[in-house]
Design a protein around this ligand. Sequence first.
Ligand code: MG
Length: 380
Amino acid sequence: MKIVDVSVDSFVYKSRIARDSDGHAHPGPAVDATQTMLRITTDEGIEGYAFMVNADVVKNIVKPMLLGQDPYYREKIWHQLFERQRLHMGVLSDKVLCAVDLALWDLAGRALNLPVHKLIGATRDKARAYASTMCGDDLPGGLDTPEAYAKFALQCQARGYTAFKMHTWMPPIPGAPNPKRDAEACAAVREAVGPDMVLMLDAFHYYSREQALYLGRELEKLNFFWIEEPMPEHSISSYVWLTEQLTIPVVGPETAEGKMFTRAEWILRGASDISRGGVGDLGGLTPLIKTAHLCEAFGVRMEVHGNGVGNLHMLGAMNSTDTFYERGLLHPFLDYEQPQPWLNELVDPMDNEGFVHISQKPGLGMDINFDYIQANKIAK
Ligand code: MG
């Protein structure tokens, strides 16, 4: 089988996500937004798909490289793209590597009539989810006060979630960042949901060592399960310092560049208790599998960052079967249970016990609404 075409469809959809000046998502009025679908086509007519990719990079760098290649040579193709990043750092991001890699996994699954987690080697068909909130805001009745977080945590508990992760207030929200207010919100949530719900915090990512230590100690009193990315991740020494002093597990790195290599260095330094990464951070499922196996070899728990099919299939093939799925981002004003307009069904349906079920359809399991994409396509 050979790759004969690589294309990107750009299309418009209505989004209710507004980004603040720091890039954080909040609810907003419905506005036109653009989505892109990568399509890799073979001479046998089998295709693979992934979303969110830069069309120009695909046309100029990815397509010329992929044409004529065997799509089953994912490992080779991933390394070719990785090596090209060195001189194309400004455009060939890990997100592009991720889209290409996911589309190739999707294609292989469709060709072999297997869901991707079974193609890797499955361990389970469902994963325990945590409700992952949007960042705090100043929207009345949104996530604007510690009490608002407590109320929303109760709603999530009633929906079936057994775990809840808070993203608290970050700039440019007035008054943020504030570790004391973060701790107050965590206390309000613990008080509301009771002792059994698993709780985590992912607060402002640029706190000082002292602020992060204060916050970690407050979370220890509240029996939180982990503290995530409270300081800049380029300072590995700061994370070593924090991890040595806290008993609550420190999770990271999440956004630090460097793929599985960075995770290996963090493990060697003892910079966190739980390692982390998702397909988007690492550059695809191929490097995420390497990272999961790296962590397994060191006896380090790994938590997968972010929602979506790539991360879900990784969870279905990890040996640590108590690892969580990050479902969200959630907000009281938004209905996460509706599929995105370009999909016919949710990729991460959750039952009433808080488990997300991994699709058994071939490939990544996305039921794509091609008619919708065609009808809303942006002309080139
Ligand atoms: Mg995070």
